[in-house]
Design a protein. Structure first.
Lengths: 530, 530
C-alpha cells in the first residue's frame, strides 16, 4: 500500500453542532413518543414543515436579534430568493396554515417535533441545532385554549415522571404587561421598541432577581466582573409600578419589601422555594386587580381570571398552574396569555451553588402571526418544549428512560474458511429473534474479538474451533458471569451460587442454550442486590 | 380592529420542499421503527450527526454533480469557513469516525435515519429535502460484512411486509467493473473521469435498457422527443466487452442476443420479469469467470464468490440476493462490493405503462472515505434506504401501516358561562385515557361544532344544554352510527340492528357510557362486512 503523502483533512465539526450517542437518541425517541401520547390524548395530530422557508415568510421574531439578519442561517436560492433554516416551529406553522387556509378545518390542533437552527454564539448546553416539540391550536379564539395548553404542559411533565411539586406552569398575559406600560406613558406604536426593551429587562429576572431588573430599568447594572449594562433610564415611579406589578405573585411583596423573606402561615400561600413564597392564584389575581393599569390591561386580567376558573374546574391547583406576572417570554409576536413550564428542583450551577433548574418550555397566544399572510386575524395559541434541555433535566431527576437494549450475542470467528458455518449460527440466532452478530473485524487475532465483546458489553460469546467442529459441539461463554467471577475475587461478594462461565453444547442445541442463558441473565438483573 | 392596508405577504414554500400530513408522519415513524428493529437484531446501534458539516469534510461525491459546488446547500460561517447541509448520511459518518477515532471500538456498527438535502432541480417524487435510513460497519475489512448488509436489506423488506419475490437484493463489485475497464484501456488515474462516465452510462440501464447503454457508450442517444445525448465514442469491441460483462446475469445473454427473450426451462434460472430471465448466482459467477478482465477484477470475482457462499450458508437463495454485474451505484467513493435492493413488482408509469418499481436503497464498500482524514485505510461498508420512496412502494403494495389513531371525542360547548363544566367533562374523559377535546373554536354557532366533529371523524360528541344541566344529564351522540343511519337511507344495507344515534345518561355516568360506546364502535369496525 502506498503511503498517502497528501495533506490530511482534519475531521472536525462546526461549533455549536454535536454528534448524538445511542443512549441520547434512544432516550430522546422515548421522550418524544411519551410527549406525543399526551398531545394525542388531548386531540392533537402531527403535522410537520420542512427545514427551509422563504426568509420573508419566517419573519424576524427572534429574541435579542436587534441586528437584521442575525440569528438565522440564510442563503440565496437559484431563483434569487432568500431562504432560511427555521429558527422555531411556530413561524413555519403560520405559513403552513395560511398556505392551506381553505383546506384546513379550524380549529386546527396539531403537534410536531423537529430540529431548529439558531445562528448564534454557542455555549455550554447551547447549540446552533436543537430540537423542539410544539403543540398549537389555530383558529381558537378563547382563553379556554390557553388554559388547555397550560394543563397539557403540566400533564406532559407528569407523563415524563417529573413529580408534582417539581414543576410549575406559570401564566401571565401580555395585555396586562402592555397595560402597565401604557399607564407609565409607554403606550402607542412609537414606543414599541422601548416596550420590547422593558420586557427583555423583566425577562432577566431569573438570572438577576428583582433588584437586577430594577437596575436594568433604571441607571444600569454592573456585574461581578465590573462589566456594565446600560439601563433604560425610567423614572423611579415607573420602575416602582413595573416592579410592583411583576411581583404581584410573590407573597408579601411590595415595591419596598420585595426582598423581605416574610414567612406567612396561610393555606392560600404556596411554598415553592426556600426563601420565597408565592401567592395562591386567587391572591395574585386580587393583587393584580388593585394594580394601576389601563383599560386594555383590564381585558387581560379578565382573561387570566377565566384561565384560573377553567384550570381549577379541571382540578389543577396553584401547585401545578400558577398566575405569575413576572412571566414575559422572549418572542415578540405574543398578543395575549403567555405561559411557561419551570422545573423547580435544585441543581448545582457552575459555581457549585444550588439553583432552580428553570424553564424547559413555554409559549403563548399569537393572534397576529397568520394575519401577516391572510390579512385577517387568525387567533392561535401554542407552546414549545426544549427537548434537549428537558432531557438534561430528566437525567438530573434520574427519570431518563434509556430503554435497556441488550448488546448482541457475539459469534466469534476462529477459522476464515468456516465463515459460512459461523454465518449460519448467527442466522439461526436471529431467526429466534436473538440480537446477535458475527465478528466483523480482522478475525485472526482472537483476543481482539473478546476485547470487542467486552467493551460492547456483549452478554454471550459463541466459540467453535476445530476441536469443537470435529465433535459437533460449540462453546457458549457467559460474559456476564465471567465478569462477575473476576470481580468477586476483589469484592468477595456472593449473592448466589456461581454458574459456569463457559459451557459446551451440541451444535443443534445452540439456540436453545443461548435462550436459556439469556433468560438466566435477565433474572439475575432483576434479582441482583444493589 | 383597523384593517391591514399593508401589502399582504404571500404564504409559499420553496420548491422541492413539502409539508407532511399526520398520516405520512405516522406511517414514516412506524416504518423507521420497524427498520430499526431489524438493524438492532443484527447488532447495530443508533448514532447521529448534525445537519451541517464543514464543506471540505463532506467532500464532493454526489452523482451527476460535475459542476463544482453543485448539488449541496452551502453557506459561509462567521469564521469564514464554508459549511454545507449533508447530502447523505455516509460522508458525515466518515467525519464522525475519524474525529472520534481513538474512542470508538471497531468494528463500529451503527445505524441512523435523518433528513438529507440536495440542491438539485426538484421533480415529481424528487425533493430537495428527503429522508434516508442507513446502516454501516466501519473497521470491517472482510466481505462477510458486505454479505451481512445484503441479508439485512432483504430482512428489512420482509419485516415491512414486502413478500418474497417482490424484492431482490442485487450485488456487484466495483473491482470487477474497474477490471473490465482496465482491459479495454481505461485503467489508471488519468482515465478516472472517463471511467466515471462509463459507470454513469451503465447506471442508466434501468431507464434506457441495454440498447440505450450501447448508444450512450458509442455514438450517442436520441430520445423520443428528438433530444440528443452525446455518446462516449468507445469502439465496438470495448462496448461489446462492457455489455457482455454487465449482462452476465441475464439468462442466454451474449453481446449479440442481449434482447432475445429466450425461455429457458432450468432450475438454475430464476424468473423475475415477464420478458427476462436471470441466471442463478452460480451461473452468473461461471459466466463472470469467463469474462475478459484484469487481475484486479479477479480479486473482485473472488469476493463475489465469497458473498455467494455466505448468503447461501445462511439460507438466502438467488430469489433474495442475486449477483448482477449491471449494478453500478452512482456514488464515486465505492471501492468494492456494491449492492442495491430493488422492488420487482409492477406499477404504472406516467404513460400508463407497466414498469418495475425499482431501487429503494443501496450501498457498498467505501474503504477510502475515512482515510481522507486519518491517512490510513479504514475499511467500511454500508447502505442507505430512501425512506420516502420506500413508503410510496409500500403504499402501492397496500402494506403501509397508517396506525389507526381514532379522532378525539368532542365535548361541545353550549353555554360560554359553563365552560368550567365542559372542561371538567373533558378532564374526566382524559383521566380515563379517552382521547378527547372541548370545542376550541367560536362556540356560538353550534352547527360549526358538529361540522367540525364530522370533518375530523370524531366518533362521539357530548352535549349538555340548559335542559340537561337542570336534570343532571348529558347527551351522548354516536356520530359513527349517525353516519351509518343516514347512509342506510341511500344504501338500504343492514348488517345489524341499529343503535340509537343519541342517548341521554346521568352526568356521573358520562365516562362509563363513552367507554361502552367506543367499545361497541370498535367491535363494529372489526365485524363490518366489506
Amino acid at each position: 500500500m502506498t503511503k498517502n503523502k497528501k495533506q490530511k483533512l482534519k475531521a472536525r465539526i462546526p461549533r455549536g453542532f454535536i454528534d448524538r450517542s445511542a443512549a441520547d437518541i434512544r432516550a430522546t425517541d422515548k421522550m418524544i413518543s411519551e410527549i406525543g401520547k399526551v398531545y394525542q390524548k388531548y386531540g392533537f395530530d402531527p403535522v410537520e414543515t420542512p427545514m427551509f422557508e422563504f426568509t420573508d415568510c419566517l419573519g424576524k421574531f427572534l429574541p435579542d436579534s436587534d441586528r437584521p439578519n442575525e440569528g438565522v442561517f440564510s442563503l440565496i436560492d437559484d431563483d434569487e430568493q432568500w431562504m432560511s433554516l427555521r429558527y422555531d416551529l411556530t413561524a413555519p406553522l403560520a405559513r403552513h396554515v395560511a398556505e392551506q387556509f381553505n383546506e384546513i378545518q379550524m380549529p386546527y390542533r396539531t403537534y410536531r417535533s423537529g430540529w431548529v437552527f439558531r445562528n448564534e454564539k454557542p455555549g455550554p448546553g447551547r447549540f446552533r441545532q436543537f430540537m423542539q416539540m410544539d403543540a398549537d391550536s389555530v383558529g381558537a379564539p378563547g382563553v379556554q385554549s390557553d388554559a388547555e395548553m397550560c394543563m397539557m404542559m403540566a400533564d406532559t411533565m407528569e407523563a415524563l415522571g417529573v413529580p408534582r411539586g417539581d414543576y410549575v406552569v406559570r401564566v401571565n398575559n401580555r395585555k396586562v404587561l402592555d397595560g402597565v406600560m401604557e399607564a407609565i406613558g409607554l403606550g402607542g406604536e412609537e414606543n414599541a421598541a422601548q416596550r420590547l426593551d422593558v420586557m427583555r429587562s423583566i425577562d432577566k429576572i431569573d438570572r438577576f432577581g428583582i433588584e437586577g431588573v430594577r437596575d436594568l430599568l433604571g441607571a444600569g447594572r454592573e456585574d461581578e466582573s465590573g462589566a456594565k449594562t446600560k439601563g433604560l433610564g425610567l423614572d423611579e415611579k415607573s420602575i416602582g409600578n413595573i416592579l410592583s406589578y411583576i411581583s404581584s405573585g410573590i407573597s408579601g411583596a411590595s415595591v419596598d419589601s420585595i426582598q423581605a423573606e416574610s414567612k406567612v402561615e396561610d393555606d392560600n400561600i404556596y411554598e415553592l422555594e426556600d426563601t420565597q413564597y408565592f401567592n395562591s392564584n386567587k391572591l395574585t389575581m386580587n393583587s393584580l386587580r388593585r394594580s394601576e393599569v389601563s383599560d386594555y390591561a383590564e381585558d387581560g386580567i379578565r382573561e387570566l381570571d377565566q384561565i384560573c376558573d377553567l384550570v381549577t374546574a379541571a382540578g389543577y391547583g396553584t401547585n401545578r398552574i400558577r398566575i405569575d406576572p413576572s412571566v414575559v417570554r422572549g418572542l415578540e409576536y405574543y398578543t395575549g396569555p403567555v405561559y411557561e413550564v419551570e422545573l423547580t428542583f435544585k441543581i448545582k450551577n457552575e459555581k457549585g451553588q444550588d439553583v432552580v433548574f428553570g424553564s424547559v418550555g413555554g409559549g403563548g397566544r399569537y393572534d397576529g402571526l397568520v394575519k401577516r399572510f391572510t390579512g385577517q386575524p387568525v387567533p392561535a395559541t401554542g407552546f414549545s418544549i426544549g427537548v434537549s434541555r428537558l432531557m438534561t433535566a430528566l437525567k438530573n431527576l434520574g427519570k431518563l428512560d434509556s430503554t435497556d437494549i441488550l448488546a448482541p450475542v457475539l459469534v466469534t470467528v476462529m477459522d476464515g474458511n468456516e465463515m459460512g458455518n459461523y454465518q449460519k449460527m448467527v442466522q439461526e440466532l436471529r431467526n429466534a429473534n436473538i440480537r446477535s452478530e458475527m465478528y466483523q473485524g480482522n478475525w485472526k487475532k482472537f483476543g481482539n474479538q473478546l476485547k470487542y465483546a467486552n467493551r460492547r458489553n456483549c452478554p454471550i460469546a459463541i466459540i467453535q474451533g476445530e476441536d469443537e467442529r470435529t465433535t459437533g459441539e460449540v462453546q457458549i461463554k457467559d460474559l456476564i458471569e465471567g465478569k462477575r467471577l473476576s470481580e468477586e475475587i476483589e469484592d468477595n461478594v456472593t449473592w448466589r451460587e456461581s454458574r459456569p462461565a463457559q459451557i459446551s453444547v451440541r451444535r443443534d442445541e445452540l439456540v436453545d442454550a443461548v435462550l436459556k442463558l439469556l433468560a438466566q441473565q435477565a433474572e439475575d438483573r432483576e434479582n441482583k442486590p444493589e
